[in-house]
Design a protein around this ligand. Structure first.
Ligand code: SF4
Length: 86
């Protein structure tokens, strides 16, 4: 959740950045933000972060602990253990 400009121009959630990169004409950006291989099992993602299987920034903590909703900048919120820095 974020004000419109922050959401589009300073996204902090990795999945948001990944979705925006998918529309980019820059192949390096698309490669950098593509889903990891191999994908973690769906069973694990049910009990942890729902983006685990597709997130390029996922780490071990994301498998076991659901991220809390945090305010990362005024009015900008995300559920992520490792949000993207602006
Ligand atoms: S908590 Fe982990 S898996 Fe979930 S979006 Fe953040 S970095 Fe990715």
């Amino acid at each position: 959740m974020a004000p419109r400009d922050a959401f589009f121009f300073e996204p902090r959630h990795p999945y948001t950045v990944m979705l925006m990169a998918a529309f980019s004409h820059n192949p390096r950006l698309r490669r950098m933000w593509s889903p990891p291989e191999p994908l973690p099992s769906a069973e694990t993602s049910v009990v942890a972060c729902p983006y685990l299987s597709r997130c390029p920034l996922a780490q071990e903590r994301c498998r076991h602990e659901r991220p809390a909703l945090r305010e990362l900048a005024p009015g900008q919120f995300a559920r992520c253990h490792f949000p993207v820095r602006p």
